[in-house]
Design a protein around this ligand. Structure first.
Ligand code: COA
Length: 259
């Protein structure tokens, strides 16, 4: 597929998605939202894609937020619709059955931090900066940021970041549990690719079930323990479970087919 605001590159079953508005620090406008929604469909529907990386173009920013130029003229209903659209797309990323990880290579502010938080986990380069500066604009995060920030770093730290508009650096983000790894700028993509290359050797249906059941913790309409029972049971109906257990007993490496 082709996108107006994204560059994509598929290699070794990993789709690298680069948000490509460097002159606007990759700010999220309507076109980026449309492209992000479509690229998640591409990930879900393309067998050759086993996992994906989202990164920002250039060396300065992952994403510096929602595109503020689109905010000025919105009325109440339009603003709520924009918030709902952003939330829906970030839920789509969060609920994707294939791993999508964020490589935060600079500013991840506002919607950029929210996008990174909707990914399954995050890596940061040592120049990364995270923050939710919306209160500087008389706003609050609208794409799930108030919820996911507290889920990831705890309520006290989340509220401080939200109401101070302070930015934190990559090492603080690591201490807070907001990112899993900090690397140099050069090592960021190679590290992400190494992590996903390993993950891509595991059973795809089991991976999708791990994501689904873990997400259930944060969904009030679901009982995560029930989800786990059902998902665990369903694994026993897959060829991959037979292959994984047989390969272990035969002391060989399993080859999974995602069925
Ligand atoms: N929306 C729209 N445009 C943005 C943007 C955003 N969120 N963030 C940056 N840009 C644009 C700037 O307007 C500028 O465009 P111009 O060259 O046409 O004037 C360009 O990106 C470069 O940004 P600039 O501010 O000149 O870079 P900087 O290095 O001085 O500052 C930031 C970097 C990230 C600190 C600063 O751009 C910033 O504060 N951005 C907004 C962050 C924010 O509030 N995000 C939450 C939005 S809800």
């Amino acid at each position: 597929m082709s996108y107006t605001t994204l560059l994509t590159h598929l290699e070794n079953n990993i789709l690298t998605i680069t948000i490509n508005r460097p002159d606007k620090l990759n700010a999220l406008n309507r076109d980026v939202f449309t492209d992000l929604s479509n690229v998640v469909d591409e990930i879900e529907n393309t067998a050759e894609i086993k996992s994906a990386i989202i990164i920002g173009s250039g060396t300065k920013a992952f994403v510096a937020g929602a595109d503020i130029t689109e905010f000025n003229s919105l009325n109440l209903e339009e603003a709520k619709a924009l918030s709902k659209r952003g939330q829906d797309i970030f839920f789509k990323i969060e609920n994707c059955g294939k791993p999508i990880i964020a490589c935060v290579n600079g500013f991840a502010l506002g919607g950029g931090c929210e996008l990174a938080m909707s990914c399954h986990f995050r890596l940061a380069s040592d120049n990364a900066k995270f923050g939710q500066p919306e209160v500087n604009l008389g706003l609050i995060p609208g794409y799930g940021g108030t919820q996911r920030l507290a889920q990831l770093i705890g309520k006290g730290r989340a509220i401080e970041l939200l109401i101070s508009a302070n930015m934190i650096d990559a090492n603080s983000a690591l201490n807070y549990g907001l990112v899993n790894y900090v690397t140099t700028q050069e090592e960021l993509l190679p590290k992400a690719i190494a992590i996903l290359t390993n993950i891509n050797t595991k059973a795809p249906i089991a991976i999708a079930n791990c994501i689904k059941t873990t997400n259930a913790i944060f969904d009030e309409t679901k009982n995560g323990f029930e989800e786990e029972i059902n998902a665990f049971g369903n694994c026993f109906e897959t060829l991959d479970m037979k292959e994984g257990t047989t390969a272990f007993l035969e002391k060989r490496k399993a080859v999974f087919v995602g069925k």
